[in-house]
Write a protein that binds this ligand. Sequence first.
Ligand code: GCU
Length: 126
Amino acid sequence: GATRYEAESASVSTGGTIDTNHAGYSGTGFANGANAVGSYVEWQVSGPASSLAFGYANGTAAARPVDISVDGTVVATGVPFPATGAWTTWSTVTKSVSLAAGTHAIRLTATTADGPANLDYLDVSP
Ligand code: GCU
């Protein structure tokens, strides 16, 4: 099964906050990254792993794209986090990866001025 890493335990770049004002999140809150290009949320996770699933909500009409990096290397660019219809409607975006054993930094970096979607958790599957 997957190991869940909550976003409230992740690192959030300047201006980001851990919020609780939109119901339905996992754990004790979610990460609300700053509305800016370059705004990021980063988890430290344990490999080995082959799949990442990001829980998120996007209550706007437009996707919130991010670059995904592993240990500082971008592995996917402009990955859309589509509108979910409401900030209280949570969905997932998945990404296949090849993570070796050991600790890895998984970072989502916003590529638009809207910043990232609200991020709830990262599920890491072997
Ligand atoms: C609203 C919403 C936040 C969200 C923000 C955004 O302010 O309440 O949770 O992060 O929009 O557009 O990013």
